[in-house]
Design a protein around this ligand. Structure first.
Ligand code: ADP
Length: 548
């Protein structure tokens, strides 16, 4: 362990109810690296997880620091943000042209440097470090510009995140902190373990252990050979067993090949990505590393998503006051200009409007679905073709379907509270958070049997209804007709007030806090550290991918 303080390498001790010290778990210095962290930056579930998991780890006494890019909108949202360090990036092996002050290894100028700004995750003492750089200081989002076009230099934007992470993790900054474990998330943090492996091979440089979490395999950070050269990555990494990916190179491959441990955000998705359908050309590598790969279900922020206290909804409610949920339904119908009818099944959806989310399945059968006694409200943005097809149907059936294009945190809470059922017909879903929010809000999830949806929803089969374990409706084939059958079943169950109430209560009684999942992450960190330690004495395959 690379900690400064040796005592911390033992264990944290808490007191049991008799006041006696009780050994619980080790305390690590964790550098949590992500391209998003709510509320500073969020485009999807990664932003939520990069807020709530660090908070849950902090509650387990961990010394966790979150590192994200200093997007202008993120800096603006941060309270008491202040400069804490200037990090000089090593000229050697560091990409020359990252839009930083010094450009060339041969230059006589000082090394390129970036500023680190510090703030905290609201409502916690989790320190957040933001990298201030010209590469981030422009209008637009994390991944797209103001016109919704992908940034042309995402490789450089996120390579910077990776290089800065390495400097901090190795304790080579004036922050007076170094990491025992670096937890990288998604492709934007995929090169960290590759770069740290190079430190490791210098023998004298003991590197931190690494965990890489896949939140979505569909995004792999693939760039051309010339970008690889521009980033001055070590030439030997260009081979099919390491970073090369079909004549290009991929950030995520670095994370998968070089991290001590790899995980994804549900057990079912961990299996799915080892198949051709969900592995996107990397199923072989994932299978090769299967004994280092596992799935840990995401939790939810139980404070932020609590119908009993949620300030963003019309009327708070709980299992004891379920009837109060109805005010939220009326408010939601009103917001979307739909008839305020409590007997019609109100279906809600909040999502990135992309192929993954299965909106085409809904569109395939929309006329038949809308012939049922249902209303549909959709909040989201994404693919412009999907957006306009959905809008066309809303124009055609204004009393039955409405859509709001855009991102609206407050409205997303009202959709969860006001809908009777929540639609997630995803083609794949690494974990999915909205079905978890739905369960907590007594809103019945209608989901496809994939990834984290399969792991968290219990189908309303006759048997499960009899056993009183059912929490939602699951359909299997990714087809419009099967989605229709699922909605039809929901519509029938909705007529049976007692059964519907049971489903609501069963869902609300489920436990999806981060507490347990955070403990699993702690175990994974310990395993990663053990693997790192072993790897000092273990040889590597000639191809560079670790022999497990
Ligand atoms: P993914 O990460 O694939 O987008 P998840 O279900 O894991 O899907 O997480 C999505 C998160 O983003 C949820 O918190 C959801 O409420 C939020 N979200 C998605 N689109 C919007 C939107 N248009 N407005 C507000 N919140 C949104």
């Amino acid at each position: 362990m690379a900690s400064k303080d040796k005592d911390r390498t033992l264990s944290s001790t808490t007191k049991d109810k008799h006041g006696k010290p009780r050994i619980s778990h080790p305390i690590y210095n964790i550098l949590f690296v992500s391209s998003e962290s709510h509320p500073f930056a969020k485009t999807g579930g990664l932003g939520d997880v990069s807020n709530s998991l660090p908070k849950a780890l902090k509650a387990l006494d961990q010394d966790i620091r979150v590192l994200i890019p200093g997007y202008p909108f993120a800096i603006q949202k941060a309270e008491s943000i202040h400069h804490v360090a200037t990090i000089s990036l090593p000229k050697k092996g560091f990409p020359g042209d990252l839009g930083l002050s010094s450009k060339s290894e041969l230059s006589s100028e000082p090394p390129p440097s970036v500023a680190i700004l510090e703030t905290e995750l609201p409502g916690s003492h989790v320190k957040v470090w933001m990298i201030e750089s010209e590469l981030y200081n422009r209008p637009g989002g994390p991944y797209v510009d103001e016109n919704g076009q992908e940034w042309g230099d995402s490789d450089r934007r996120f390579a910077l995140l990776n290089y800065v992470a390495v400097e901090i993790a190795m304790g080579r900054t004036s922050l007076n902190w170094q990491a025992d474990i670096v937890h990288g998330n998604d492709w934007q943090a995929g090169l960290i373990s590759t770069l740290l492996e190079q430190e490791h091979s210098l023998k004298s440089n003991k590197r931190p252990a690494t965990l890489f979490t896949i939140h979505n395999m569909a995004h792999m950070g693939v760039f051309s050979r010339s970008r690889f050269d521009d980033l001055q990555l070590q030439a030997s990494l260009w081979n099919p067993h390491e970073l090369e990916f079909h004549d290009n190179f991929s950030f995520i491959k670095g994370g998968l090949a070089f991290s001590d441990r790899v995980n994804t955000v549900s057990p079912t998705y961990a299996k799915e990505i080892q198949t051709a359908e969900f592995g996107y050309g990397l199923a072989g590598l994932l299978t090769h590393r299967s004994d280092r790969l596992c799935g840990i279900l995401n939790g939810i922020d139980m404070q932020e998503w609590d119908p009993a206290t949620d300030p963003m909804i019309e009327q708070t409610y709980s299992i004891e006051t379920l009837a109060d949920k109805q005010s939220n339904k009326s408010a939601l119908q009103k917001h979307f200009n739909l008839p305020q009818n409590e007997n019609v099944l109100l279906l809600g959806m909040v999502a990135r409007l992309v192929y993954q989310k299965g909106l085409d399945l809904l569109l395939d059968n929309i006329a038949t679905i809308l012939s049922l006694p249902v209303q549909i409200v959709i909040l989201g943005s994404g693919d412009s073709k999907l957006e306009s097809r959905l809008k066309q149907w809303a124009v055609k059936y204004p009393d039955k379907m409405q859509i709001q294009i855009g991102y609206d945190e407050g409205l997303s809470h009202l959709v969860e509270a006001g809908s009777d059922a929540f639609l997630m017909p995803s083609r794949f879903e690494p974990c999915g958070l909205n079905q978890l929010y739905s369960l907590r809000y007594g809103t019945i999830p209608i989901v496809r049997n994939t990834g984290g949806l399969a792991d968290t929803v219990i189908h309303a089969s006759r048997e499960n209804l009899d056993k009183n374990t059912a929490t939602g409706i699951i359909f299997h084939e990714a087809q419009g007709s099967t989605l229709f059958e699922a909605i039809n079943l929901a519509s029938l169950l909705f007529q049976d007030h007692t059964t519907w109430q049971k489903l609501m209560v069963n869902g609300m009684q489920q436990e999806f806090s981060w507490q347990e999942s955070a403990k699993h992450y702690l175990d994974l960190y310990s395993q990663a550290i053990e693997d790192r330690n072993k790897s000092y004495s273990t040889s590597y395959s000639t191809k560079g991918i670790r022999k497990n």
